[in-house]
Design a protein around this ligand. Structure first.
Ligand code: IPM
Ligand code: MG
Length: 365
């Protein structure tokens, strides 16, 4: 009885909003407005801002203040903009440390990065027409709290004098849990999974591959294959339709997801979800803070808006509202509206970040 009442009436969710730097604030505000409009009337989203990145360094001396971590831990979901910029390049503390810090603090080991070609944007893709005609829709599952991003690093004296080093480590446990996320995702999609590694060179990749093969036996309905990362990078541009779900390590996933984003026409289109054990996740566009266009209105808010849709779907279980947002984005693109990054060589007038947001809000009505 109690759960029914809670599920249907007057549900309030706490959302931590981390706008960050550069275009972060503008795109995040767009995403919050769209999210607020899309949820059913009896759902209240209580959004609270917290500092992260360069702005947090400026105001508190820390890229990831403890108050931000606590605020995120108290919330049902986290919506993030972007961090970093040339202003903090020389600083001892990097804004990017905050991103790794919050991923680790919230235990968000699974990063889902869907890349699909929206049919109205076929012309914006750098791929040949015969490839874009049939479209593609793939999901990169990137391990997010391990590997070389989190291994030992530092300086030491080497053969040629002072040298820097970074190390990669992966445990069976870490590989297994990201592998399970990927196999489960494949079961929900087209039941194909490609694991990407560099097992011809790296020991961590050999353990990765061995562990994935063991998991594959548990999922006989999923067609599984392995690719070396160099080949995977090439196959992605040769024919992205061959992929359904790709699972890979932290660094390879970082690189391949930028590559995949460009095939969709613009990195300004790609959302992501970072998930851990519970339902609390963090949702952010895969693009950066684009300091060169911050404040000019040129930013594309769609990746942030689609990230908000993922937040509603994965952390709050509001898949109807998420579907409505994705449909609204599709309609606006179908109607021909474009931000500057999507316009290509056409000289049709382009929309600002705020105008694109308004179009999507109208489509939600
Ligand atoms: C990403 C970004 C980050 C990463 C940077 C900003 C630390 O490139 O989310 O893809 O490498 O994870
Ligand atoms: Mg990246």
């Amino acid at each position: 009885m109690d759960t029914i009442r809670k599920g249907v009436l007057n549900m309030t969710y706490q959302i931590a909003v981390l706008k960050g730097d550069g275009i972060g604030p503008e795109i995040t505000e767009s995403a919050v407005a769209v999210m607020q409009k899309a949820v059913p009337q009896d759902v209240t989203l209580c959004c609270t801002d917290y500092l992260i990145g360069g702005i947090a360094i400026d105001r508190t001396g820390e890229p990831l203040p403890q108050e931000t971590v606590n605020g995120c831990l108290r919330s049902d979901a986290v919506l993030l903009g972007a961090v970093g910029g040339p202003k903090w390049d020389g600083c001892e503390k990097h804004p990017e440390q905050a991103l790794l810090g919050i991923r680790a603090a919230l235990g968000l080991y699974a990063n889902l990065r869907p890349a699909q070609l929206w049919s109205p944007l076929r012309g914006a893709s750098p791929l040949r027409t015969e490839l874009t005609e049939q479209g593609f829709d793939l999901l990169i599952v990137r391990e997010l709290t391990g590997g070389i991003y989190f291994g030992d690093r530092g300086y030491r004296s080497g053969k040629f004098g002072e040298e820097a080093f970074d190390t990669e480590a992966y445990s069976v446990t870490e590989i297994e849990r990201i592998g399970r996320v990927a196999f489960e995702a494949a079961m929900q999609r087209n039941r194909r999974l490609t694991s990407v590694d560099k097992a011809n060179v790296l020991e961590t990749s050999r353990l990765w591959r061995k562990t994935m093969h063991r998991l594959a036996e548990e999922y006989p309905d999923v067609a599984y294959n392995d690719l070396y990362v160099d080949n995977a990078a090439m196959q992605l541009v040769r024919d992205p339709r061959q992929f359904d779900v790709i699972v890979t390590s932290n660094m390879f996933g970082d690189i391949l997801s930028d590559e995949a984003s460009q095939l969709t026409g613009s990195i300004g289109m790609l959302p992501s979800a970072s998930l851990g054990e519970g339902t609390r996740g963090m949702f952010e566009p895969i693009h950066g803070s684009a300091p060169d266009i911050a404040g000019t209105g040129k930013a594309n808010p769609i990746a942030a808006i689609l990230s908000a849709a993922m937040l509603l779907r994965y952390s709050l279980g509001l898949s109807g509202a998420a579907d409505r947002i994705e449909r609204a984005v599709g309609q606006v693109l179908e109607a021909g509206y474009r931000t500057a990054d999507l316009a290509g060589s056409s000289d049709a007038p382009t929309l600002s970040c705020a105008e694109m947001t308004d179009r999507i809000l109208i489509a939600l009505e």
